[in-house]
Design a protein around this ligand. Structure first.
Ligand SMILES: [Fe+2]
Length: 265
């Protein structure tokens, strides 16, 4: 078993910058990490923090330095994959000391955490919002599944293979979810897929494989399926997720804002 803290979409920027002229994501991330640290005794031991992309908003080296500094405050092993806002080479430079990060090529990796194999897949297509899995990543997935032995497998990628109904997000989704499903179908058992990108919690199935997305650290998107829904962001709800990979273990959302209490019944 393994306990994973799933964080996504930090959207860090260079100092003094705001995302969309409004969001101070550096400050928000600092608050997020402070909140998590304060709750860590209640949350319990964590084996790894999995960050599913959009670590930076602007791709700058400064933004990665800020994000890395904040993430390190959790004091837990980091697993990171890029999202559409990231830039692969500054991303690689910021995390090059992590054992999973290859010195060149796509940022695909395998990490065995206890009896759980986490497979990170790089869906970043630089210069566009939508993502895609290249043949290289799909063969990496095949090898990672073939060598997984008795381990449970989790696949982590930025762009979820789901439609949310939010049109401006579905327009920049994963281009080839069927290729992912075909790759996973060769495995004997369902594989859990964790993603980010959509700044909210969405559950679904890719064939027989369960998919769930984490909320973002910095913003959310209104759930509005109308064709003329405004494209834009909300300041919340924000949060992250916690996964116990053991059989019968839970996936739960950890919202960053929660109510007062607990009060006695
Ligand atoms: Fe994002």
């Amino acid at each position: 078993m393994a306990w994973l803290l799933h964080i996504s979409d930090l959207h860090a920027v260079a100092p003094g910058q705001l995302v969309s002229g409004r969001l101070d994501t550096g400050h928000l991330l600092h608050e997020v990490i402070t909140t998590l640290r304060a709750r860590m005794q209640a949350i319990g031991p964590i084996d790894a923090v999995l960050v599913t992309g959009d670590i930076s908003d602007d791709g700058s080296a400064e933004s990665y330095a800020i994000a890395r500094q904040e993430l390190e405050r959790l004091g837990v092993r980091l697993l990171v994959i890029p999202g559409n806002h990231d830039r692969r080479e500054p991303f690689r430079a910021a995390f090059s000391d992590l054992p999973e990060i290859a010195p060149r090529g796509l940022i695909d990796w395998v990490a065995d955490i206890g009896d759980t194999r986490v497979v990170g897949l790089d869906t970043l297509v630089e210069g566009q919002g939508g993502g895609a899995l290249r043949d290289e990543s799909l063969s990496h997935l095949r090898e990672a599944l073939a060598g997984s032995g008795d381990r449970q497998v989790i696949v982590a990628l930025h762009h979820p293979p789901l439609r949310t109904g939010i049109r401006f997000m579905d327009a920049i989704g994963l281009a080839n979810p069927d290729a992912l499903r075909d790759g996973l179908d060769r495995h004997g058992v369902p594989v859990r897929i964790l993603a980010g990108h959509v700044h909210g919690v969405y559950h679904g199935l890719l064939g027989r494989h369960p998919v769930v997305t984490a909320p973002a650290c910095c913003s959310a998107f209104a759930f509005d399926r109308r064709a003329d829904a405004a494209a834009g962001f909300m300041t919340g709800p924000t949060g992250c997720a916690l996964i116990d990979t053991a059989p019968g273990g839970v996936w739960t959302e950890l919202p960053f804002a929660h109510g007062e209490g607990p009060f006695t019944f």
